[in-house]
Design a protein around this ligand. Structure first.
Ligand code: FES
Length: 95
């Protein structure tokens, strides 16, 4: 099963392959804001993929549109509710 490492805490969790990063985090008590409940209607679940991102499918156009509204967006930014974990990744939860 893939392992997700969260920064800055360094916490690692093992997750079911294909689950969204948001769901995996919530299932393991890792706090990621999610004002819209994971319905692709906010940007509060913004994360930055620091390692392993090259293995992941890129964001869909709807996710890209929302990411454009994120302050501090980076080329490896994603919305945790849309990112499905299929490999080991390291993600930063911006403060
Ligand atoms: S929780 Fe709102 S877009 Fe991800």
């Amino acid at each position: 099963m893939p392992i997700v490492t969260f920064l800055p805490s360094g916490r690692k969790i093992e997750v079911e392959k294909g689950v969204t990063l948001l769901q995996a985090a919530l299932d393991h008590g890792v706090e990621i804001e999610h004002s819209c409940g994971g319905n692709l209607a906010c940007t509060t679940c913004h994360v930055i993929v620091r390692k392993g991102g090259w293995w992941l499918p890129g964001p869909a156009p709807d996710e890209e549109d929302l990411l454009d509204a994120v302050v501090g967006v980076q080329s490896n930014s994603r919305l945790a509710c849309q990112l499905r974990v299929t490999r080991n990744i390291t993600v930063e939860i911006p403060s």
